[in-house]
Design a protein around this ligand. Structure first.
Ligand code: UD1
Ligand code: CA
Length: 509
């Protein structure tokens, strides 16, 4: 049933499970965190988010999440991800068996009669478990007519896990918890993943016979297997070759290991789908990101959230993007961005900070050391060097000169700057919003644009330059500057006529 990479071949259950129960009531104390364990992200999605996605993958009639520790925070998060998930509160009785019992009681009460058919149990903290694996478990369970089917794995170090005890004919007899196991039982390497498919009636009746007489004083769900077998039910194990899928994160060391493995898998998937990843080791891609064929990711690229990259685009090196949509053939170099859209063939970077609401048109450019926020830039327009554009709208094929700033904030309110198409602004222009510049207008170097500029006008706002003869010799005597000035050739003009053409100073295009 395993593919070469250890994953399970897709299978369809004959019948939709009556329910999936996700256990998420535990405290997760080994995380040493104020954030509940299952809310910690792996690959950009919370652990419980991964669990819900896998659970939905078997299309259950009901999806229940058992909560207790940090109940309200977990409940809010779960409801935000999956509005139809049923939240079940576990009571004071500890243990996985009790968690499933209260869930089953809750679901039975909700539907008005006892659930029948298949009930799947899984955990909120196994983020690499795939929907395909759960589907395969349910399919095997239904095909073999089992009372209980448990997902197991063979581990080199099974410490801490429940061990699978098999009869000599290979059938499963019982699960023995590590803490309750004899030295001999502890040598068993096949472990319980904690993920099962049960027949609902078998589960309900077996749970009434589970007690807390064990090393941990808990109601063990694992006891259901031996009880079901003794009652004549068939108990089988589905062995998973891919141990990562059953591995939970109990502390932050395991969390990082799972995150790295998930990332490795996602990158491998994208490379096989036609994405060039120059350095997989320094590339991080959330499970929610979408990439087209012939995208190239250069070293140190981190793509998060709803980021998508279209064909032939090149991203990186050294780029972190969250919820950024990149068009075909665009280049995004050494950029930090979120909530932005980059048009086809556009170019961004290096050293660019794209803030939410940035929309760059096709063939446009936001260049080095630029910060943008809430700005729409039309096709072919360029903001090439050193500046800030916020709360602004820029038309098509406009060139914004070096060092331009939109002064959008008056200390209390934000105001808009509207700049037309085919505008040429000179270096160090400041747009004091609210202000607008018409199509085809120009500004002079250092212009402080406080009044609207009509189409085709040149806006100047400078005071005439004055050169004060002999100022350095008089005010800064005995300095290196004074000495250099004294040594300068005497034909240096002492009072040149002032230039009547300010755009001569605006060199950057
Ligand atoms: C459990 C299994 C063990 C298995 C291991 C796999 C039992 C008795 N043991 O052990 O055989 O190898 O998982 O990881 O089931 N939870 C609740 N309510 C509770 C207790 C736990 O919802 O009262 C939830 C936890 O939040 C967690 C999951 O159940 O998601 C497992 O609980 P945990 O305490 O980690 O079980 P283990 O001792 O690891
Ligand atoms: Ca655990």
């Amino acid at each position: 049933m395993s593919n070469h990479d250890g994953s399970i071949a897709a299978a369809r259950p004959a019948e939709a499970p009556a329910a999936v129960i996700v256990l998420a009531a535990g405290a997760g104390t080994r995380m040493k965190s104020r954030t509940p364990k299952i809310l910690h992200p792996v690959g950009g999605t919370s652990m419980i988010g991964h669990a819900l996605r896998a659970a939905r993958g078997v299309e259950p009639r009901e999806l229940a999440v058992v909560v207790r520790h940090e109940r309200d925070r977990v409940a809010e998060h779960v409801t935000g991800l999956d509005a139809t998930a049923v939240l079940i509160d576990q009571d004071d009785v500890p243990g996985t068996g009790r968690a499933v019992q209260v869930a089953l009681d809750g679901l039975d009460a909700l539907s008005g009669n006892p659930l029948s058919g298949t009930v799947v149990v899984t955990y909120g903290d196994v983020p690499l478990l795939t929907p395909e694996t759960l589907r395969e478990l349910v399919a095997v369970h239904q095909r073999e007519g089992n009372a209980v089917s448990v997902l197991t794995a063979l581990l080199d170090d099974p410490t801490g896990y429940g061990r699978i005890q098999r009869h000599e004919d290979g059938t499963v007899v019982a699960i023995v918890e590590h803490k309750d196991a004899s030295p001999e039982q502890r040598t068993i390497r096949e472990v319980n993943s904690g993920i099962y498919a049960f027949d609902a009636d078998v589960l309900r009746s077996a749970l009434t016979r589970v007690d807390t007489a064990n090393a941990q004083g808990e109601m063990y769900l694992t006891d259901v297997l031996a009880i079901a077998r003794a009652a004549g039910g068939r108990v089988a194990a589905v062995v998973l070759a891919d141990r990562w899928q059953v591995e939970g994160a109990n502390d932050r060391v395991q969390l990082a290991a799972l995150g790295a493995e998930l990332n490795r898998r996602l990158i491998e998937k994208w490379m096989l789908a036609g994405v060039t990843v120059v350095d997989p080791a320094t590339t991080w891609i959330d499970s929610t990101v979408v990439l087209d064929e012939d995208v190239t990711l250069l070293p140190g690229t981190h793509l998060h959230g709803g980021t998508s990259v279209a064909r032939d685009a090149v991203v990186g090196p050294g780029t972190t993007l969250t919820d950024v949509v990149i068009g075909e053939g665009a280049h995004v170099v050494r950029t930090h961005g979120s909530g932005a859209r980059i048009g086809a063939g556009a170019s961004v970077g290096p050293f660019t900070y794209l803030r939410p609401g940035t929309v760059l048109g096709a063939e446009g450019k936001i260049g080095a050391f630029y910060e943008t926020k809430n700005v729409t830039i039309g096709r072919g327009s360029k903001l090439s060097h050193l500046g800030y554009a916020g709360d602004a709208e820029i038309g098509e094929y406009t060139n914004i000169g070096c060092g331009n700033i939109t002064a959008n904030y008056d200390g209390v309110h934000k105001h808009r700057t509207v700049i037309g198409s085919h505008v040429r602004t000179s270096s160090n222009t400041v747009f004091v919003a609210p202000v607008s510049v018409g199509d085809g207008a120009y500004t002079g170097a250092g212009a402080v644009v406080r009044k609207d500029v009509p189409a085709g006008n040149l806006a100047l706002s400078f005071a005439p330059q004055r050169n004060i003869d002999g100022w350095v010799a008089q005010k800064r005597p005995d300095t290196a500057s004074a000495a250099a000035a004294a040594a300068a050739p005497s034909d240096t003009p002492s009072d040149p006529p002032s230039s009547g053409n300010p755009t001569e100073e605006s060199t950057h295009a």
